[in-house]
Design a protein around this ligand. Structure first.
Ligand code: 6PG
Length: 482
């Protein structure tokens, strides 16, 4: 379409995909006075937005050409559709209706390699494209999400005022910033989700310790999470967990959480984080443990069978003295593991920034994660300060203030991990966090032996202390002794 043809078009932003997220974000924009347009193939979704947006500057379309024609040039159109081939088919469908210079935004949880490809393909055709991670779920999208746009910076500048207006605010500052070139935005959102998996798993393990080790009822578990959430552990995930332990369905007996199947599924962003970390040879064991434990949960019938082989499902539980002392230590252990989980995620970002030339500013990423997103937490302020004070900080655990906090939490952490292990409570993410820390602070890991073994059976050669880069091979088989 010729740009002059739509000079009378009034809408400044268009949304394709009017599911919960797309609809909520569009209504958020309308609340801020922006005239917006929404399109969906599905008539039911169109009808919901027509209803919810009737008193707002929202135009709703079930015809794609009419939707496109309603947008001002250069058109800014966001897709909020399921990640994968659907994004490509939406792009293929809309491209013939657009003009060069128009802007397409992928606001879903696309894999960053898809975003890299689309960025190149669309740029070659004269269109602007950027991939943007959006966090905060339905409520975030409606009231203020955290957003991670990456890619075409000129395109970002066009929609920046809209995104800044609708983003969550912390100290009056919007939780959105340009992340970096290419797929940087989607990469950062993926790592956000990896951290999200890690924190969720840590909370689930805490629940396991509270109910099976300390033997607390739901009311008492609610109190623990409530108290924690009022202190240094304050976070969105603890807040919602607290609420879960007070939720009873009307007319039903007991708490809903007790009636849920112990099987946790996922859409894949945690797995992608672990896969990329492996490819980059950058360890994130707390996040890996979270991904693996969700997977193990799916083998329900095998677990039931194993329970009958290895004894009662209930572990031994802690002694009365342990139960009393453990709550304080558990707070320390959770703090310790939370910090190490964030630290691993930030380390992965630092590594990826170099590997993929994303030019990430870790302080700015921590800054926009302080509000709106699922992993928002009081501790994000510490992370922000650490990278502000030292933009070249190699690892969060090397920040002096963070190190002090971690040191204080170490004794509690050790007690919790040891006690849980002795009484048979499974704590994969806690244990992974502690071992990660113990190896990380270990100036002499036992990896010299791995070198020797590899050279022994495979002649892979080895490096010597003080002779970096010099690789030698030894015939390790001892001479026969007469
Ligand atoms: C967010 C969430 C969001 C979504 C996750 C859930 O930041 O708002 O991370 O993106 O809820 O993708 O992921 P799983 O279904 O894999 O748990």
């Amino acid at each position: 379409m010729n740009p002059e043809q739509n000079s009378s078009a009034a809408n400044v932003f268009g949304m394709i995909g009017l599911g919960t997220m797309g609809r909520s974000l569009l209504l958020n924009m309308a609340d801020h006075g922006f005239a917006v347009a929404g399109y969906d193939k599905n008539a039911a979704q169109v009808a919901i937005l027509e209803q919810e947006g009737q008193h707002a500057p929202v135009s709703v379309f079930s015809s794609l050409p009419e939707f496109v024609a309603s947008l001002k040039s250069p058109r800014a159109i966001m897709m909020l559709v399921p990640a994968g081939p659907i994004v490509d088919s939406v792009i293929a469908e809309i491209l013939p209706l657009l003009d060069k210079g128009d802007i397409l935004i992928d606001g879903g949880n696309s894999h960053f390699t898809d975003t890299t490809r689309r960025d190149k393909e669309l740029a070659a055709k004269g269109f602007h494209f950027f991939g943007m991670g959006i966090s905060g779920g339905e409520e975030g999208a409606r009231r203020g999400p955290s957003m991670m746009p990456g890619g075409d910076i000129e395109a970002y500048k066009v929609v920046k005022p809209i995104l800044e207006a609708v983003a969550a605010k912390v100290n009056g500052e919007p939780c959105v910033t340009y992340i970096g070139p290419g797929a940087a935005g989607h990469f950062v959102k993926m790592v956000h989700n990896g951290i999200e998996y890690g924190l969720m798993q840590l909370i689930a393990e805490t629940y396991e310790i509270l109910r099976k080790g300390i033997r607390l009822e739901n009311e008492a578990i609610y109190q623990v999470f409530k108290t924690w959430n009022e202190g240094r552990l304050q976070s969105f995930l603890l807040e919602i967990t607290r609420d879960i332990f007070s939720y009873k369905e009307s007319g039903a007996d007991g708490y809903l959480v007790d009636r849920l199947l112990d099987v946790a599924r996922s859409k894949g962003t945690g797995k992608w984080t672990s896969q990329v970390a492996m490819d980059l040879e950058l360890p994130i064991p707390s996040i890996d443990a979270a991904v693996e434990t969700r997977d193990l949960s799916k083998y329900k019938s095998l677990r039931v069978e194993a329970a009958s082989v290895y004894g009662a499902e209930q572990p031994n539980g802690f002694t009365a003295v342990e139960q009393q002392q453990l709550l304080t230590q558990l707070e320390q252990a959770f703090y310790f593991s939370m910090v190490t989980t964030y630290a691993q995620g930030m380390h992965l970002l630092a590594k990826a920034s170099v590997a993929f030339d994303y030019q990430l500013q870790l302080d700015q990423i921590a800054k926009i994660w302080r509000g709106g997103c699922i992993i928002r937490a009081a501790f994000l302020e510490n992370i922000y300060n650490a990278y502000q004070q030292n933009p070249t900080l190699q690892h969060l655990l090397l920040d002096p203030q963070v190190a002090q906090l971690v040191q204080q939490a170490v004794p509690g952490m050790r007690t919790v991990v040891a006690t849980a292990a002795m009484s048979g409570v499974a704590i994969p993410a806690y244990a992974a966090s502690l071992s990660y820390f113990d190896n990380f602070r270990n100036a002499t890991m036992p990896s010299n032996l791995i070198q020797a073994q590899r050279d022994y059976f495979g002649a892979h050669t080895y490096e010597l202390i003080g002779k970096e880069g010099v690789f030698v091979h030894t015939n390790w088989v001892p001479d026969a002794i007469d």
